[in-house]
Design a protein around this ligand. Sequence first.
Ligand code: SF4
Ligand code: SF4
Length: 316
Amino acid sequence: MKELKMKQSSSEQISTNPLIFDIKRYSINDGPGIRLTIFFKGCNLDCAWCHNPESKSSQAQKLYSIGKCAMCSACVNVCENEAISLTGEGIRTDQQLCVLCGKCAEECPTNATEISGYSKTIDELLEIIDREKTFFETSNGGITLSGGEPLLHFDFVVRLLDECKKRGIHTAIDTAGNIPTERLIEIAKRTDLFLFDIKVFDSEAHKFWTKRNNNLILKNLKVLSNIGARFQIRIPLIEGVNTGEENIINTAKMILELDGSTKRVDLLTYHSNGERKFEKLGKELNHHNLKSPSSQRIKEIIDTFMSYGIEAQIGG
Ligand code: SF4
Ligand code: SF4
């Protein structure tokens, strides 16, 4: 795993390929079987509860965790741009001077400094994917492209999906669906499964929590169902955002109107891992005090979906 999270060299940074911030092996929550999940940087929503805030920007970013910092000055000494200074409260990086060369992260003995975002060519990714084929074959698994929003990197994703198809590898796309419809249709010709996020049903509320309305998203889901694409709907459950009964009922009614796919939703409960990442990015936390609904409320939500004939389960 460590091997897959390798830091980029300067030459890799120059590539025009999209940046990746993680590649997870043995993933069991991103589609059927055992999966290799590739996380792309860049997103066109801005969800208040994002648990991967480093995915929002398509650019490389420096992460710093003061809790891991040994105050050894190795990063200060290696930085040719004199962008780092050691203070009583850990290191400070001057963003104007930092060129994201990654040398400080390579030098850091404790991984307190990391660079999020590295480039891989299609061939390099295929090499990694091919190494997992035994797991895919024995578990009916495959690869999942996630993010961020992987479909922002349309041309790259199309090429990767085409190569996987040639190799008989099952593919899934984890998407928020906020991309041009004609592009989604092209992707539907090439992928086996969409993991399609529905965040909030009401469009204005969606805009409040994600900075974008959901008109295109809901239209795209309908189109996917019309053309017979396979999809699983995923709903992140965040107390006070989308756990009210009205939102759940409206979502259930919308799902009932979709053609084809099994009537099922996967419910993803909020976790606070993203909050630590905001700190590592040196960004302010949102002030919404977000949390997961109680187990009692989750049970009620499952019951509501079931009462509409929709299978609902935690995870997926
Ligand atoms: S990424 Fe490079 S330029 Fe930026 S602080 Fe680290 S060593 Fe200096
Ligand atoms: S090299 Fe790592 S551990 Fe040492 S001062 Fe820099 S961030 Fe801290």
